[in-house]
Design a protein around this ligand. Structure first.
Ligand code: NAD
Length: 388
């Protein structure tokens, strides 16, 4: 295969938030082109959106079912290669399974599905079809995060003992869901979001970042979940102590009622020789702290010293490699993997470095565990489960 990959989209119309970010990221590296979509649950909005994205009318569909059926009937040289599904959580599993059944690779946003059972079934379908699947846990895409992961894997900080990960936001400080805000409405509705609110929406990002950077797995959780805004149906705040499989201890905090906060996700990891500190609102800096020398700041584009950071860096030092680029790294690595497989080549480890279905299953286990621990004052530690 020596051409751009053809992308379709479910969700991401003019009525949506994250779809536009996905399109910017997917198109950033000239590996991918948008060819079709069912951009909204409302067919009129889907049509209008398709026009704005300069797509031919016949490739803009009223339902995702129609899209998968019709695209599968197009000649091989025209039909989409993969679909990006960027709908609310309760519309993840069905379109993902249907896409795989019709032979399309899938990019899906987190949390992977509505329930853990669905996530396990989705894994079976991915294994059965052999198609490529990516899950957009964005924060794993930053070059400084890749550098940190590699440094920990090389043992530069010694044995990892302590992890602090936090994701404070403030946008749900008031009852925004009552104002008709679509993003707030489905996120606070257990029938659409799932059994967790804040913990499903951003706690899963924090948990994924902690496991991705350290290479460790959470084995037990002690948690508290809170609903601060009166009459809200799901948690809007919470915290968890975590035990990891090497004996390390962690603290995770996620909140959407920290009034005034933006997207201040931050992680600190400490081994017995030193530690690191990264925050996404200052994404090019990785602070390194040592027991025997002064603190260092490694910078993206100048002083990162791993091949994996270089592979995921686009600009010279000083130009922030931000949210769009982190998203784009997931898309580029996914596209390189799909193309390599189509050419009968083995994708390299660098190409395969994007979150997949196992990360999604871990995310659903995190939601289940933190919810069961978070409202239980009788039991201190709840086992994470041992599925993946
Ligand atoms: N990775 C990240 O950083 C990140 C950030 C934001 C959101 N997300 C995830 O992305 C997903 C979407 O979130 P959002 O904030 O963009 O939601 P949104 O409400 O802004 O947009 C959802 C879109 O899906 C469409 N839709 C709903 N049902 C559909 C159907 N049956 N067929 C076709 N389209 C349908 C809606 O019309 C809308 O266009 C969620 O799963 C969310 O958790 C991830």
């Amino acid at each position: 295969m020596n051409r751009k990959l053809r992308m379709g989209m479910v969700g991401g119309g003019t009525d949506a938030f994250i779809g536009a970010i996905h399109r910017l990221a997917a198109l950033m590296d000239n590996q991918i082109e948008l060819v079709c979509g069912c951009f909204s649950v409302n067919p009129k909005i889907s049509k209008e959106s398709g026009k704005l994205y300069f797509l031919p009318e016949e490739r803009v569909y009223d339902t995702y079912q129609e899209m998968f059926e019709k695209e599968a009937q197009l000649p091989e040289g025209e039909r989409m290669d993969f679909v990006s599904i960027v709908t609310p959580n309760f519309v993840h599993f069905d379109p993902a399974v249907m896409a795989l059944d019709h032979g399309f690779n899938v990019v899906l946003d987190k949390p992977i599905t509505f329930t853990l059972e669905e996530a396990l079934k989705l894994k079976e379908k991915i294994d059965e079809t052999g198609l490529t699947f990516a899950l957009t846990h964005t924060y794993s895409g930053y070059p400084a995060v890749k550098q940190a992961k590699q440094m920990i894997a090389e043992g530069r900080f010694g044995k990892i003992r302590k992890v602090f990960v936090e994701y404070p936001q403030g946008w749900l400080s008031s009852k925004l869901e009552d104002t008709g805000n679509p993003q707030a409405s489905w996120r606070t509705d257990p029938k659409k979001s799932g059994k967790a609110g804040c913990m499903g929406d951003i706690g899963t990002h924090a948990h994924h970042l902690a496991e991705y950077i350290t290479g460790l797995k959470v084995t037990e959780i002690c948690a508290t979940l809170n609903v601060f805004v009166p009459n809200r149906l799901l948690d809007d705040d919470g915290a968890a102590f975590m035990r990891f499989d090497n004996g390390a201890q962690g603290v995770l905090m996620a909140t959407q009622i920290a009034a005034g906060e933006e997207n201040a996700i931050r992680i600190r990891v400490y081994g017995d020789k030193g530690g690191l500190d990264w925050e996404q609102m200052e994404p090019n800096s990785l602070k390194l702290k040592w027991t025997d020398k002064p603190m260092q700041i490694m910078r993206v584009g100048t002083s990162m010293d791993t091949a994996i950071a270089a592979h995921n860096t686009r600009t010279p030092g000083g130009h922030p490699e931000g949210y769009l680029e982190a998203f784009a790294n997931i898309y580029r690595n996914f596209a390189l993997t799909v193309s390599a497989k189509a050419n009968g080549e083995e994708p390299t480890a660098e190409m395969l470095d994007f979150p997949g279905v196992e990360d999604g299953i871990r995310g659903m286990q995190f939601i289940d565990t933190v919810v069961s621990a978070g409202y239980n004052n009788e039991v201190k530690w709840v086992k994470f489960g041992d599925i993946i």
